[in-house]
Design a protein around this ligand. Structure first.
Ligand code: FMN
Length: 162
């Protein structure tokens, strides 16, 4: 009886010790959202959309216009667009951080999210993932490691292929 009880307690203990995974993402036009949904299914992870307080319009996303909101934000490394709702990252050990590549790197809203959660993200494994027109994720990886050197970054994933 004692052995059965012990086995049961061990199993319960192992379950509570299992790594918990979060897939947090920003997506302006839905491509990264679809990739994030696939990733969350694969890893049995919680899905969290990082939403801007002020949604991006088509005009905001016009990269050909150097006065558009996205161009102005990407031109200023200090820009931190406001996020609609904060995330509780504390329950998670591994966090996938997804975004569309803008001008070779992550949109500034990803900086907003990382800055907002910085102390709580220390010690967790962060894995960047992205979608793009054609750019690779390597410039984003270099940028994130350089900008947030105290965070533990895993190898990035480019998820352009379904
Ligand atoms: C402002 C802006 C800048 C972009 N810059 C790049 C870029 O530098 N390289 C690239 O391959 N694609 C670039 N793209 C294309 C997006 O990365 C691509 O369409 C992405 O899959 C969109 O994801 P989403 O639908 O989740 O927003 C850019 C798109 C926008 C709106």
């Amino acid at each position: 009886m004692k052995q059965i009880l012990l086995a049961f307690l061990c199993a319960a203990c192992m379950t509570s010790m299992e790594a918990k995974t979060l897939v947090a993402f920003f997506s302006a036009t839905g491509t990264t959202k679809a990739a994030a949904t696939r990733l969350a299914k694969q890893h049995d992870a919680r899905l969290w959309e990082i939403e801007p307080a002020e949604p991006y319009t088509a005009a905001d996303l016009d990269w050909r216009n150097d006065k558009s909101r996205s161009s102005l934000e990407m031109n200023n490394p200090e820009e931190r667009p406001t996020i609609k709702q904060c995330t509780d990252v504390t329950p998670y050990d591994t966090i996938y951080v997804g975004f569309p590549i803008w001008w070779g790197i992550c949109p500034r809203i990803i900086n907003s999210w990382l800055d907002n959660n910085l102390p709580q993200l220390e010690g967790k494994t962060l894995i960047p993932f992205a979608t793009s027109g054609s750019s690779s994720i390597s410039e984003s990886e270099t940028y994130l490691k350089k900008t947030y050197p105290t965070l533990k970054w895993g190898k990035g994933l480019l998820m352009n292929k379904r």
